[in-house]
Each structure stands twice: as structure tokens, then as C-alpha cells.
Write a new protein. Structure first.
Length: 732
């Protein structure tokens, strides 16, 4: 089938769906939403039809010209935003029509699509030239101001990149590794772990830009090239010699300018994301005032509350990890050498914590299957990353900070650190480390010691290295040929392969969040892994067991009967106790860190989940009355449901916990876990409360005994989070 024929079939589907829905619902608003949700969900499935063709088909439908509901529809703004991503998908005549009949919808679509950031867009130029009225003048003026803020930093970035263009990838890594230590000094502006994390994002952006310009020679790294490059660009910075450092100093200064300019640009990009993806963001053109603002602080307070929840959950899982550590009988066991025991014990507990969290929340098993069918113990992968962090923190970061405290100069402190390594058995204590793959595997073999492998396992070490390694040549190819594909950030895969060599930045390894790195390595970068489906099914089965332990009858994977009008699809969980019925739609993803990522999750995954629940709830209510087999499995009679039927979206992420999405409550799986296990007390920072002489709140959420009604009350009110502000007055 040709692309043109596929587009025509798709257009016919959308128009027919609109017309049938108009008959079914009796009003244009619901009919329009039904059609647009289908588009947003990627329907219909037509072989060979790409996103551009689907957008072209939707934009060609006649209902855009006749429906009066477009100006009132949030879904229309969302769908048009998707269409505007494709420059040639929408006719200029339709854009001119929307300028007149649905200006606010079109403005939101422009924001959602970030159309105004594409300076060469003919669509944007058309809108600028044909729009009329004060509101459009203000809107366009605000868009211009937001982009103007980027210009001076873009110019600085361009000049610095031109000056540094002749440097190889390895030489770029050398300079970045030196400058990274600037951020580890006490007087650095980015002095907290969180703010330093922002600095690593800047380094990540610079590295990705460099990879987009790399040629094949950058990845043909052998011992001769490695030695020559380090001697010319890294050694002079650590062991200064007046005859050869001028070039290095000039390059270092150019990188310093690049880092600052990139940091500023990314900060202003955040403002653009705020304008594009925050529903509360308003705009204005008033002298001396910010062009964008929020009318209330509700969004800010909700974001801070999410940070507090994350802190509380950190304490929860650490408490669970300590409990697991004690149950394993390790409380009195010496781990490693006596001098390193405390740090090693903490690393072991953190690895246990992460393993519990990955298994119970993300559906992982005791073993991971890697590319090529290699299997490795999940706990070994996690323990190796925690021990690596301990090693880099102790041997590099803390040692550097001690030297810096004595001399006050970064270069001198790095020089002393490097000399210490050379004097102590020729150990590499340079700002970055490197070794061939097999040598690197031998070095981390000791981190795989366990009862099964008392001397460690080289096979396991190789597998762990594979899991945590980013092949920079493959990454460069992806950036050039598939720019929209997710790529690993510095901390998500902290080993970087160039040719025969594997590099690491100690400052990344020392401070990375190993749990987040593991989750996003598996769920964001590895979103197409073959085992993902089975992991999702494990999440559902394990959640079902928690409900069964609380006396619920649970049916997993129920498939309601299809009708001519609808296919409700598989229902993840139906839970019944005391006559009360819960319908759960489980969604599993990765850990998000930006406003845009959360917005995409809300408008894609959770929007779709709410639509699914709407159909499934109706189908389940009907089935409870007529499907005797289902009723029997749930321990009830097949009769009309007398009590309310509750339907929740259960999400593995915490960002939208307790928020209502299109009429359905979203509850995080971690919240549900804490409630069902009745472990609210583990959310509290017990050590901090004890130090202040404060008491931990009454532990049980069910003081009068567990009941289904009380469970619903606790979950829907968010009672488990009632004292967040008391325990975490300021999210760090």
C-alpha cells in the first residue's frame, strides 16, 4: 500500500469515527474528543503509516471546518500540537481558519509543539503574518523574548565550539574531566549534590554535541594515540611545564566559557519548557516584569511535595534494606577490610534496597538478561555500582578535596592526587580513568565476591561491565541517524567505550544515584528489551499477592467480552473484599526529572490509561452482573453492583501520585505498597526525629483493623503523606 493510500484510509477512519461518535454521544464535544483520543493513541494501525502521515490524515478531516467544539477542547490543542510537529502535515488554509475560530486552542498547540522555536518554520511565519489582535501580538512578543534570551549564549557556545573543533573526542573528555573537579570544591557555586547533578547535565550536553561531529578517527584509539593525546593535553595540566602548557590553558579557558554558556542556555530552556508544558503558566508583556509567570504557586508546591515524597520513600526503602541485611545475618559480618567496613556495609545495604525496589516496583527478577543472552545476578550488578561509588568517593573525590583544602588550587590538588597514585603502586589517580575491557573486568572482579563465587567471577564482571557501558561510537551513530532515540546520560551508563578502551569519570561514579541509573538504564534506554512484558506481568502478579494477603479476592488479566462498538481490553487487576470492588490499571515506566518528561507521561501514558479505565470500568460492572465465572472468582454473586466501583491508575513513578487524570485517581505503586504493608512509620527519618526528641507518629493506618473501605479512604485522601511537611520541611 502506498503512503498516499494509507493516509486516505486513515483520514476516512477519523472522519467516520467522528460521525459515528456524534450519533452515539449526541454532541460534537464528545465526538471530537473520541476521534482525537484515537489519533493520540496511534490509531488506526495501518501498515507503513508513519507519524507524519497520521497527522496529515487528521488535519485533512472536514470536521475541523465545521465543529464548534474545537475552541473549547483541550484534546484538540493536544492533537494539533502533535500535528504541528510536522511542517507539511497541515494546510495553510486550515491554520488561517483556526486563527479565527479557535485562537486559544491554536496558541496552546503552538506551545505544546514548541513551533515558535523553529525559526525557519513556514507555518510559524504564516501565523505571525496573518494573526491579528492584541492577544496575538502579546503571545508572539513573548515567544520572541523567550528565544532572544538564548541568543547571546548561543553565540558564546558557537565561538567556543569553533575554537575547540580540532580536538578529538578523547581530548574533549580530558579537559572536561579536569574542569569537573572545579565543582567539587567548597567554594564552588554548585556545592550541593543536587546542583552538581545539574552540572553533570551540562557536561552531558557538551559531550553529546561533540559526538555529533566526531569522525571515525575519534574511535580508532590505540595505545600510541592514547599516550600522545594524554601527554599533549592532560599531563601538562597536572604536571605543568611552561614550554607546553599555553595551548592547554587556552583550551581549558574555552571549555570553561562553553560550560558556563551551556549552563545558562539550559536554564533558559527550562523557562521555555515552563511556558510550553505548564498548564498554569501565563504570559504578559509588561515593562520590567517577567514575560511568564504562574497565577498561583500550586504547581510549585506540588513539585516540592513530590520531592518530599521521594525523600520519604528513600528512607522507606533504606529501612527495608537494613531489615533485609539483618535477616541475612550480616549484622556482625566484616565486609572487606576493617578500615573500609562501614562504607562497604552501607554499599551492601544500598544494593539490597535497590534490589528490593526493582523487584517489587519494577518487576525485575533475581537475574538480568543482557544483550546476547548473557545472564547476571541483579544484586551483583547493583552491589558493583555501589562499591564503585564508594571507591571513587574515597580514593578520588575525598582525596582531592583534602589536597584542595591544603593548597586551595584545583590544578595543584589534581597534581598531588595523580602523584599519590603513581607513588602508590602506579595507580591511576588522573581526573579520568581508562583500561582495556578485559583489564577493567579484572579490576571489578573483586566486587562480584559472594557465596557462589568466593574469589569473584570474571564472567559476572564482564556482564556487569557490559550492563553499565555506553559504546560512544554506537552512540554517535545513533545521534546522527536517529536523533529522536533515547540515549544514555553520563550517570546512566558510567563506563564509556572508545575503541579498545573503557573510560570512567570518578566524579560521576562517586556521586551518581545508582538506583535511578539502573532503572533508567533498564526502562528508558532499554525500553524495547524482550523481557519488559514479563516484568510488567510480574508487577501485576506481585501487587495481586499483596491484595490477597489483605483478604481480597483478586483476578489478574480479566478480558471482558468484546462488543460491536468497543473492545475494552484486558483488565490488569480486579480486587474484591467486603462487597467493594477495585479496578486497577497498572503503568510502568522510568524515573523522570524534567517538566517536559512529566508532561509527556501525563498526556500520553496516563491520559491513555484513563481512557482505558473508562471503558474497562463499564465493562467490569456489566460483567459482575452477568459473568457467573468472574463473580465466583471474586467471591460474590452475579448481580447488580450495589457499592461504588473504584478505578485507579497505579503508576510506578511518583511524579503524579494523588493527581486526578481525566476523572481517575493516579496512585503510585510505592504508595500502595506502603499502605497495603501498613508501614507508614518507615517513611519517617527516625534518626532525625530521635535527635530532635520527636516521636514517630502512630504506625498503623488501620488502628481499628483492616477493611476495604478504610483502604480506599487512606489511598484517596493521601493520608499516608499527611506529615510530609513535618518530617521534611525543605526538600533538598
Amino acid at each position: 500500500m502506498s503512503q498516499d493510500e494509507a493516509v486516505r484510509r486513515c483520514q476516512t477512519h477519523y472522519q467516520n469515527l467522528f460521525e459515528k461518535s456524534l450519533v452515539r454521544f449526541g454532541n460534537e464535544s464528545e465526538a471530537l474528543d473520541e476521534c482525537l483520543h484515537g489519533f493520540l493513541d496511534g490509531k488506526p494501525s495501518i501498515k507503513g503509516l508513519q507519524a507524519r502521515g497520521r497527522s496529515t490524515a487528521l488535519a485533512a478531516c472536514p470536521f475541523w471546518w465545521s465543529s464548534g467544539a474545537i475552541g473549547e477542547s483541550w484534546t484538540a490543542a493536544l492533537a494539533l500540537g502533535r500535528v504541528l510537529h510536522h511542517e507539511d502535515a497541515i494546510a495553510f488554509e486550515l491554520v488561517e481558519h483556526l486563527l479565527q475560530v479557535a485562537p486559544e486552542t491554536l496558541r496552546w498547540a503552538i506551545r505544546y509543539s514548541r513551533l515558535f522555536t523553529r525559526a525557519d518554520s513556514a507555518l510559524w511565519q504564516l501565523i505571525r503574518s496573518r494573526s491579528q489582535g492584541e492577544e496575538w501580538q502579546i503571545f508572539i512578543g513573548v515567544c520572541d523574548r523567550l528565544l532572544e534570551q538564548l541568543q547571546p549564549f548561543d553565540e558564546l557556545i558557537e565561538r567556543a565550539q569553533q575554537q575547540l573543533a580540532s580536538l578529538s573526542l578523547l581530548e574533549t573528555l580530558s579537559y572536561l574531566s579536569v574542569l569537573a573537579y572545579e565543582q567539587l570544591t567548597p567554594d564552588a557555586e554548585q556545592s550541593t549534590a543536587e546542583s552538581r547533578g545539574r552540572g553533570w547535565q551540562v557536561f552531558n550536553r557538551i559531550l553529546l554535541r561533540k559526538l555529533q561531529t566526531c569522525g571515525d578517527d575519534d574511535f580508532k584509539l590505540n595505545e600510541v594515540r592514547l599516550g600522545a593525546s594524554l601527554q599533549r593535553h592532560l599531563s601538562p595540566l597536572l604536571f605543568p611545564s611552561p614550554a607546553i602548557t599555553r595551548e592547554c590553558v587556552e583550551n581549558l579557558e574555552a571549555f570553561a566559557v562553553l560550560i558556563v554558556a551551556m549552563q545558562e542556555r539550559m536554564d533558559y530552556e527550562d523557562s521555555i519548557d515552563w511556558f510550553c508544558f505548564d498548564e498554569e503558566c501565563r504570559y504578559q508583556l509588561k515593562l520590567g516584569e517577567s514575560v511568564i509567570y504562574n497565577e498561583t504557586d500550586c504547581g510549585t508546591r506540588e513539585w516540592r511535595r513530590t520531592e518530599r515524597k521521594s525523600q520519604a520513600l528513600w528512607h522507606y526503602w533504606m529501612s527495608r534494606g537494613v531489615g533485609e541485611f539483618v535477616e541475612l545475618g550480616l549484622g556482625e559480618t566484616l565486609i572487606g577490610s576493617a578500615e573500609n567496613h562501614e562504607l562497604n556495609r552501607l554499599a551492601y545495604i544500598k544494593a539490597l534496597r535497590s534490589a528490593l525496589q526493582l523487584c517489587e516496583i519494577y518487576g525485575l527478577d533475581d537475574e538480568l538478561e543482557l544483550t546476547g543472552g548473557v545472564r547476571v545476578k541483579l544484586f551483583q550488578v547493583l552491589l558493583a555500582s555501589e562499591l564503585m561509588s564508594v571507591f571513587f568517593q574515597r580514593e578520588y573525590v575525598q582525596a582531592f578535596q583534602q589536597h584542595h583544602a591544603e593548597c586551595g588550587v584545583v590544578a595543584q590538588a589534581l597534581s598531588r592526587l595523580a602523584f599519590d597514585g603513581l607513588a602508590n603502586g602506579l595507580q591511576n589517580r588522573f581526573p579520568m580513568t581508562w583500561a582495556e575491557d578485559e583489564e577493567k573486568a579484572r579490576k571489578i572482579r573483586g566486587w562480584t565476591v559472594c557465596s557462589e563465587y568466593p574469589q569473584g567471577s570474571l564472567v559476572a564482571a564482564r556482564a556487569i561491565l557490559t550492563f553499565w557501558t555506553s559504546d560512544l561510537k554506537a552512540l554517535a551513530a545513533t545521534l546522527k541517524t536517529q536523533p529522536g532515540q533515547p540515549v544514555p546520560e553520563l550517570h546512566e551508563r558510567p563506563f564509556y567505550k572508545i575503541g579498545r578502551y573503557n573510560f570512567q569519570f570518578p566524579w560521576v561514579g562517586a556521586e551518581q544515584n545508582n538506583f535511578t541509573a539502573a532503572v533508567n538504564n533498564l526502562r528508558r534506554i532499554g525500553a524495547r528489551r524482550a523481557s519488559l512484558g514479563e516484568e510488567t506481568r510480574r508487577i501485576e502478579r506481585r501487587l495481586a499477592e499483596l491484595f490477597r494477603e489483605r483478604g481480597f479476592a483478586v483476578v489478574v488479566g480479566y478480558e471482558p467480552r468484546r462488543t460491536l462498538e468497543d473492545d475494552p481490553g484486558e483488565v490488569d487487576l480486579i480486587c474484591c473484599r467486603d462487597g467493594l470492588v477495585l479496578i486497577l490499571e497498572v503503568k510502568s515506566g522510568y524515573i523522570r526529572s524534567t517538566r517536559h518528561e512529566v508532561w509527556l507521561h501525563r498526556t500520553n501514558t496516563l491520559r491513555k490509561a484513563a481512557r482505558q479505565l473508562q471503558r474497562k470500568r463499564s465493562a467490569v460492572i456489566a460483567a459482575l452482573e452477568h459473568d457467573h465465572a468472574l463473580a465466583e472468582r471474586l467471591g460474590r454473586k452475579a448481580e447488580k453492583v450495589g457499592q461504588p466501583v473504584y478505578a485507579w491508575i497505579v503508576d510506578t513513578s511518583i511524579e503524579l501520585d494523588q493527581q486526578v487524570v481525566d476523572g481517575f485517581l493516579t496512585v503510585s505503586l510505592e504508595t500502595l505498597q506502603v499502605v497495603l504493608r501498613d508501614e507508614r512509620q518507615l517513611l519517617c527519618p527516625v534518626d532525625q526525629l530521635s535527635a530532635k526528641g520527636e516521636a514517630v507518629p502512630d504506625a498503623s493506618l488501620f488502628p481499628d483493623g483492616f477493611s476495604a473501605t478504610r483502604l480506599v479512604e487512606v489511598v484517596e485522601s493521601g493520608e499516608v503523606w499527611a506529615e510530609l511537611e513535618r518530617f521534611f520541611p525543605e526538600a533538598s
